[in-house]
Design a binder for this molecule. Structure first.
Ligand SMILES: Nc1ncnc2c1ncn2[C@@H]1O[C@H](COP(=O)(O)OP(=O)(O)OP(=O)(O)O)[C@@H](O)[C@H]1O
Ligand SMILES: [Mg+2]
Length: 357
């Protein structure tokens, strides 16, 4: 195992910033730690790096207990959001830094060769003699990554490394980081609050909320089988419906839909993603709600529909542009709506099941 974290707890005063966190990063994988601001992501990373002591819990790196090791002996590489490059050193000197301070110090030739190798890896050969102020933000973060990788760390910790960059550069660097990881395979933990970033980059995602792990798994699994309402809402836009609304669906003979809804005895919450609805002009014999189009908004390849059901429920639905053109929809018109995939949570907030109509 690359990184193992067991029962980590960290308080600031009475506040539990990290509250019994356990997870693992398998060797060679890239795992994202995803959560909203203040959920404890940076604190966990700092504890793993040895920059901050935990109140309790254990950290193991490549199978060895590191809980009480000083930061210099942990063999971690760290990249922060704000490129903490040394301004008075050129790029070559910045990347070489971690090797220059190693004891025993590698020979000049070994350092030079390693720096050249890394300059190629981060595609900045030709920039070795420049200073950080002469690089773009994205290039500086690539230097920061090369600098972290130079001493061949056991694990790489990245705290919102692209957070300060504009969205186009961020996009490019995500793709680049994923490709780089496939080349070097260093065990990596990547902190982000951006769901899309986590999904694009990571093999697995750990979702964090208020200092606790809500769920861990491969991106697709989290999206399809979210364990809690928090995960469902955090991973993307979603409609939250009342049980009565779902039970009140009308089928062709205008009788209410009779389906056995697990958890419907107690108050359940029902979640439907905007793209998980079928919109039709006819009932076609299926259970469906009648809905009025309040607003139709073209969004490039997709169309956003804001709908009102007869019981006053508002729905946010997404269709492909092709489907919308095929239906020839316009504001103010009535359509039929059937949710394709419902996710149920009981009052205790436990996931009950996916229900497909
Ligand atoms: N040194 C500190 N003293 C007091 N409170 C702290 C300290 N460091 C962090 N906290 C608190 O602990 C909680 C978790 O902080 P942390 O920086 O780990 O969050 P985060 O998930 O990284 O958030 P962000 O996405 O904004 O970076 C926050 O409520 C923060 O205010
Ligand atoms: Mg943070």
């Amino acid at each position: 195992m690359g990184i193992e974290v067991r029962n980590l707890t960290k308080h600031f005063g009475a506040f539990a910033a990290v509250d019994g966190v356990s997870f693992e990063v398998p060797s060679g994988q890239l795992v994202a730690l995803l959560g909203p601001s203040g959920s404890g992501k940076s604190t966990i990373l700092r504890i793993i790096a040895g920059l901050e002591p935990a109140d309790s819990g254990d950290v193991a790196l490549t199978g060895e207990d590191a809980t009480h090791l000083p930061v210099q002996q942990r063999g971690v590489g760290f990249v922060f959001q704000h490129y903490a490059l040394f301004r008075h050193m050129n790029i070559r000197q910045n990347i070489a830094f971690g090797l220059e301070v190693q004891r025993p110090k590698p020979s000049r030739r070994v350092i030079r060769e390693r720096v050249d190798e890394l300059l190629h890896l981060v595609q900045l050969h030709g920039y070795a003699e420049r200073y950080p102020s002469q690089l773009s933000g994205g290039q500086r973060q690539r230097v920061a990554l090369a600098r972290a990788l130079a001493p061949r760390p056991k694990v790489l910790l990245l705290d919102e490394p692209f957070g300060a960059l504009d969205s186009k550069v961020r996009d490019e660097l995500r793709t680049w980081l994923r490709r780089l990881h496939d080349e070097v395979h260093v065990t990596s933990l990547f902190v982000t609050h951006d769901q899309q970033e986590a999904f694009e980059v990571a093999d697995q995602v750990v979702v964090l909320n208020r200092g606790k792990v809500e769920q861990m798994g491969p991106p697709q699994e989290l999206y399809e089988r979210p364990a809690t309402p928090f995960v469902t809402e955090f991973l993307g836009s979603v409609n939250i419906l009342r049980v009565e609304t779902v039970l009140g669906m009308q089928s062709q003979d205008e009788a209410p839909l009779s389906v056995s809804i697990p958890g419907a005895g107690e108050q359940a919450s029902i979640y439907v993603r905007p793209h998980d609805f079928d919109i039709t002009r006819e009932r076609n014999g299926r259970p469906a709600w009648t809905a009025r189009i309040r607003r139709l908004t073209p969004l490039g390849g997709l169309v956003r529909l804001d709908l009102d059901l007869l019981d006053g429920t508002s729905l946010h639905v997404q269709l492909t542009r092709e489907r919308s053109l095929e239906l020839n929809l316009a504001d103010g018109e009535d359509v039929f709506v059937t949710p394709r995939d419902l996710k149920f949570f009981s009052e205790s907030r436990a996931f009950v099941e996916n229900y497909v109509i």
